[in-house]
Design a protein around this ligand. Structure first.
Ligand SMILES: Cc1ncc(C[n+]2csc(CCOP(=O)(O)OP(=O)(O)O)c2C)c(N)n1
Ligand SMILES: [Mg+2]
Length: 306
């Protein structure tokens, strides 16, 4: 969670300095979901992600340096800087992409799970998506197919209450995403997405069921993005300040740190050590990306098919 948090804050700072091209949506505040779920996945398992996908990429094992350079558009990026924030793709660790098209990762995960199922290799797929995805047709088709074929896939909705500036309750009558699982005949579970231990427990059970051939699960994680929708949106014009303040008190990293200290599992100094260790790692990634050359304009048509 620290790695995801500090990565995003460094990306934010770099982006704001004006050197980074493109458009970014930060994952700050939602780290418990990616961390709790991806802890159960091997490199060969699959993940599909969203426009808010830097955290998913890191949690699935995309190297921090190459992710940083990719978002910066540098040729040393994991996709040669051709993809950027919303097209980070690394098949070597089963990461089937951040994705600028809302809900598009859902059927891709079902397809990856179908491939794993046909090969019989015991691998699973996980699809992360937002509340904004659940009224898109890809949600219905992707989950229905997975349920009908009992595919090894777990659908993880990061319900942060808003799609851009639109509150979820304004665009749907049934705001209980987990309850929609019933329509597909699969288990649906709503959990506290800012409690990494709860995410870890529930995701572990769902992933074990998928691996055992017992089919898909829909998990709805209640979470929040304290920042704006994208870098540039102040994020305050469409929701009460009190709501943002209240959710900041439920920060997933602070909560785990406090619980672990109260249980006597870790001393504050050890937590600071982790923070500093991650700080160094992120600084190295930043320097790697900064010192990488800019793309050569002569290569602009490389990888373009006619
Ligand atoms: C199919 C499609 N429709 C609309 C958009 C424009 N769009 C980009 S992000 C977004 C909101 C997504 O909200 P949500 O899925 O809840 O994810 P969050 O940003 O809250 O993490 C929209 C509507 C898009 N990218 N793709
Ligand atoms: Mg949302």
């Amino acid at each position: 969670m620290q790695r995801m948090r500090q990565f995003e804050l460094r990306i934010q700072q770099t982006y704001r300095s004006g050197v980074m091209p493109g458009f970014i949506h930060l994952y700050v505040g939602e780290e418990a979901v990616a961390a709790g779920v991806c802890a159960h996945l091997s490199r060969e398992d699959y993940v599909t992600s969203t426009h808010r996908g830097h955290g998913h990429a890191l949690a699935k094992g995309v190297p921090v340096k190459e992710a940083f350079a990719e978002i910066w558009g540098k040729p040393t990026g994991v996709n040669g800087g051709r993809g950027g924030s919303m097209h980070i793709y690394d098949p070597s660790c089963g990461f089937l992409g951040t994705n600028g098209i809302v809900a598009a990762g859902i059927p891709i995960a079902s397809g990856a799970a179908m491939a794993a199922s046909l090969r019989g290799d015991g691998h699973v797929a996980v699809s992360f998506f937002g509340d904004g995805a659940v009224n898109n047709c890809a949600f219905h088709e992707g989950i229905n197919l997975a349920a009908a074929l009992m595919l090894p896939v777990v659908f993880v909705c990061e319900n942060n209450l808003y799609a851009t500036e639109t509150p979820f309750h304004r665009v749907t009558r049934n705001t209980n995403v987990a309850s929609r699982a019933a329509a597909y005949g699969i288990p649906g579970i709503g959990i506290d997405g800012n409690d990494v231990l709860e995410v870890h427990r529930v995701a572990g059970e769902a992933i074990a069921r998928a691996r055992a051939g017992e089919g898909p699960t829909l998990i709805e994680c209640a979470t929040y993005r304290p920042l704006g929708h994208f870098e540039g949106d102040p994020g305050t014009g469409y929701r009460p300040k009190e709501e943002i303040a209240e959710w900041k008190l439920r920060d997933p990293i602070d909560r785990l740190a406090l619980a672990a200290m109260q249980a006597g599992l870790v001393a504050e100094a050890e937590l600071r050590d982790i923070e500093r260790q991650v700080e160094r790692e992120i600084e190295e990634a930043y320097e790697f990306a900064r010192l990488s050359p800019e793309a050569d304009a002569a290569t602009v048509t490389d990888f373009v098919y006619a």
